[in-house]
Design a protein around this ligand. Structure first.
Ligand SMILES: Cc1cc2nc3c(=O)[nH]c(=O)nc-3n(C[C@H](O)[C@H](O)[C@H](O)COP(=O)(O)OP(=O)(O)OC[C@H]3O[C@@H](n4cnc5c(N)ncnc54)[C@H](O)[C@@H]3O)c2cc1C
Length: 498
């Protein structure tokens, strides 16, 4: 078992060493944003200083998530109080229902009621789960995160687009996000996130997915628009969405596809210039084949020299996830293409089950939650081993709030000698969620990012609520954090009194 005890001074240097190429290697700073006092403001605490010196010993075999004082050392009491209150509120199912109802109700769409709701939301849920109303504000939140030892993934919080005009507008937002990331302190932004459904019309993604599925059923079916890609389906992949042979793309659809290709190309090129990895989110299976197609064809084009620019997402709640991961990595290895993956469990459980049922098929999601856990942990081990043993062609983001998966992956990475100094592994949690796990992993010496949506309140809140609706279990499962926060708040209160 490899044991690493690296002097803090050296690790500090390694962290920003541009020659070792982290997931996002350092880029020149254009106009650093000065962080105002904010949520992740570092409180003057002797424990925080102790953390910064002891955190570098890669004590990952024993990920310490019990010491609330140490975990929240960099979080101000004000922030801790608000986080605790917001997490308690969102853990109550009816609160999410109320939020959905308020956002949809015509009464709250205009005038004073709308202003009141937006103002209340902004000060509470929005500022807890979102990085700010624009890229500059998000930049300030990122700077504050950096002070606390974490990094940020910038998520321009837009909804799906249905027309080319909307796609063009969204592209501008994504490009601006890359530019802002470039202007922030080196390595403080780990990724810029893109939703392909925001830069390619949904109906086209559905049509492409149908055509790709039919080609999987019938390999002689020719798709003239298809560029070099990697395997998108495995033997076990569900194809029930496409019941009959689809018509080829019309000239108008082909022209829309050209435009979508150009948008993605422009975004990838901007990321390449900035040396900023682009992480493609995964969506539901109706459109995921087209998203994977775009991801892998861009990976072939832009991922070079052991430095992936384009990262895809694997949803391990899907029964075919592991098989697809094996096929794709094998094909990429053969072609010499470095790949990057974000591993998640998946956020569209109810949509997937209902859709499969409507076709009379079994859900594509594992029958039990334990099988999903096993799949996530199995894929995570597989990728960590690839990083440790392979020729350096794989990078991975383990995006999870699951404590057990975090502990298992940390122990495995420790055992394999894969850690912060390796720069091929990043852990990630949503902004405002699982702070204990994020700080614990960071204290143990790993790179940890928060997934940070930003945008105007009325644009981002519907986006967040829709995700909250699908992910009720996630919000309700914040109990571990809430308990630790209560403990730390109690300790601080006692310390202030005596
Ligand atoms: C940084 C980041 C990026 C993300 N990006 C994406 C993305 O691009 N696409 C996407 O789809 N999701 C994404 N997610 C959300 C993610 O997929 C999960 O919904 C969420 O993180 C909860 O899973 P967890 O790993 O945190 O584990 P846990 O907290 O353990 O969550 C377990 C949840 O898994 C669900 N579940 C899965 N399989 C089963 C099953 N067989 N039976 C019952 N319940 C089951 C349940 O809802 C349960 O609440 C992202 C999450 C993070 C942190």
């Amino acid at each position: 078992m490899a044991t690493r005890v690296i002097p803090p001074r050296i690790l500090k240097k390694l962290r920003y060493n541009t020659t070792t190429k982290p997931l996002n290697a350092a880029h020149p700073s254009i106009s650093p944003v000065i962080a105002p006092p904010s949520l992740f403001e570092r409180s003057p605490s002797p424990v925080a200083d102790a953390v910064s010196t002891t955190s570098t010993t890669m004590e990952t075999a024993n990920l310490n998530l019990d010491d609330a004082e140490r975990l929240f050392a960099s979080v101000s009491t004000e922030k801790l109080l608000r986080s605790s209150a917001v997490l308690h509120a969102t853990a109550v199912g009816p609160m999410v229902d109320l939020g959905m109802w308020l956002m949809k109700s015509p009464v709250f769409q205009t005038g004073l009621p709308k202003d009141l709701i937006m103002a209340a939301t902004k000060e509470t849920f929005f500022s807890h789960f979102c990085a700010g109303e624009d890229a500059a504000a998000a930049g300030r939140s990122i700077s504050a995160l950096k002070e606390a030892g974490l990094r940020g993934m910038l998520v321009y919080g837009v909804e799906d687009a249905h027309e080319n005009d909307g796609c063009d507008r969204n592209l501008k937002g994504f490009l601006h996000t890359v530019d802002v990331s470039k202007s922030l302190p080196p390595s403080s932004v780990s990724f810029v996130i893109v939703k392909i459904t925001a830069i390619c019309p949904m109906t086209l993604l559905e049509r492409m997915s149908d055509l790709l599925r039919w080609q999987q059923k019938d390999p002689s079916f020719v798709l003239p628009w298809k560029q070099d890609s990697l395997p998108i389906f495995a033997e076990s992949s569900p194809l029930y969405h496409t019941q009959k042979r689809p018509e080829p793309l019309t000239p108008e659809e082909e022209s829309d596809l050209q435009l979508a290709n150009q948008r993605l190309l422009e975004l990838c090129q901007r990321c390449e210039e900035a040396n900023m990895p682009l992480l493609v989110d995964a969506e539901h299976t109706t459109v995921q084949p087209a998203i994977d197609y775009f991801t892998y064809s861009s990976s072939i084009r832009h991922n070079k020299d052991d430095n992936p620019i384009v990262f895809g997402t694997i949803q391990t709640y899907l029964k075919d996830a592991k098989e697809r991961l094996l096929l794709t990595t094998k094909a990429a290895e053969k072609m010499g293409v470095p790949l990057g993956f974000k591993l998640v469990r998946g956020a569209y459980m109810s949509t997937e089950s209902k859709l499969a049922e409507s076709f009379g098929y079994a859900s594509p999601i594992h029958n039990t939650i334990q099988e999903t856990h096993n799949c996530f942990n199995g894929c995570s081990s597989f990728l960590l081993e690839k990083i440790a043993n392979g020729p350096g062609s794989i990078s991975v983001v383990l995006a999870t709030h699951n404590i057990e998966s975090g502990k298992l992956a940390a122990a495995k990475a420790y055992e394999l000698g894969v850690g912060k100094v390796n720069h091929k592994l990043e852990f990630a949690q949503l902004y405002g969620m699982s702070e204990a796990l994020s700080f614990g992993l960071s204290n143990a010496g790993f790179q940890v990012s928060k997934y940070m949506p930003f945008g105007p309140v009325d644009m981002v809140m519907p986006y967040l609520l829709r995700r909250a609706e699908e992910n009720r279990g996630l919000l309700a499962a914040s109990g571990f954090d809430r308990q630790l926060m209560r403990k730390e708040l109690g300790r601080r209160l006692k310390a202030a009194m005596f």
